[in-house]
Design a protein around this ligand. Structure first.
Ligand SMILES: [Fe+2]
Length: 292
């Protein structure tokens, strides 16, 4: 069975005392080594992102004073973010169950991993840590339209869970919030946190000939499976953040019924109805499959 990325991975062993899974960030407990890892990651990404991340992401980083100096203190970060869009950042031990995750988003709270990866995990970590969650996600939460989309997603998630169609909705989160690209006046840019917080995927998603780059279409994306442990084979490109917000007004019921009746699409496949911006060579994933 397919599991969703924002849930299910945290076992009962990691369950905190509080019902909403929040914990104290314990900012004072970060060691100089923890802050040094943050600095390394921050400096690497902030060198790469100009001209690659969308203007809204860069502006969010600047407005929230997320900088190289140290791992942000969520209380101060939240006070700044709340003034801009009403969102706060709360600490959690790692991935949380879906219903807990959705409830936080629906109430404009972003649950962020409290821990930071170790030095030998700079390029890949399975559970989202404070660098992925804060550097990757929080800048976009300073953008009013994106902030509204995230709240709508939380509410939509609670509804989808009740209807038993969560996997379809989770695909939308994956291909927008985590791995979304946007094409605007500046050209093709990154807004997805999974890309923006990864040195290697920043280059791969935008510049490598291997992946497909396809115009975002809601029902198409809902049917598309994804890769959890490697670069994406297909990236979906929105034309503006209003495209996302429009999703908040949709009655998902009829869409879920249509989508459930159709087969899932493989991550690397091109559908005849796609608007293809770049047809990928597939070379990267072919080479990976040959090794495996
Ligand atoms: Fe994430």
């Amino acid at each position: 069975m397919e599991t969703t990325r924002h849930g299910a991975a945290a076992g009962d062993a990691g369950r905190p005392v509080s019902a909403d899974w929040t914990i104290d960030q314990e900012w004072d407990s970060y060691t100089p080594e923890d802050h040094a890892i943050w600095r390394t990651l921050f400096e690497r990404q902030s060198k790469l992102l100009p001209g690659r991340a969308c203007g809204e992401f860069v502006q969010g980083l600047r407005d929230l004073t997320i900088d190289a100096g140290q791992i942000p203190d969520f209380r101060r970060l939240s006070d700044d973010l709340e003034k801009l869009t009403g969102w706060r950042v709360v600490a959690v031990p790692g991935l949380v169950p879906d219903e807990v995750f959705f409830d936080h988003l629906a109430n404009r709270r972003f649950p962020a991993g409290q821990f930071i990866r170790r030095a030998e995990q700079l390029d890949y970590i399975e559970e989202p840590d404070v660098f992925h969650d804060v550097f990757g996600h929080v800048p976009m939460l300073a953008h009013p339209v994106f902030a509204d989309y995230m709240e709508a997603y939380g509410k939509g998630g609670l509804r989808a869970q009740g209807m038993g169609v969560l996997a379809n909705l989770a695909h939308v989160y994956w291909y927008t919030v985590e791995f979304g690209l946007i094409s605007g006046v500046e050209g093709l840019r990154i807004y997805g946190s999974g890309i923006a917080s990864s040195r290697t995927e920043t280059i791969f998603a935008l510049e490598d000939p291997s992946p497909n780059r396809v115009r975002f279409d809601l029902e198409r994306v809902m049917r598309t499976l994804y890769r959890i442990d490697d670069f994406q084979e297909t990236y979906f490109v929105i034309e503006g953040f209003d495209d996302l917000l429009a999703l908040a007004d949709i009655d998902f019921g009829p869409i879920y019924r249509r989508v459930s009746a159709l087969p899932d699409l493989d991550p690397g496949s091109i559908d005849p109805a796609d608007i293809v911006l770049h047809r990928g060579t597939g070379a990267y994933h072919k080479a990976r499959r040959n090794v495996a």
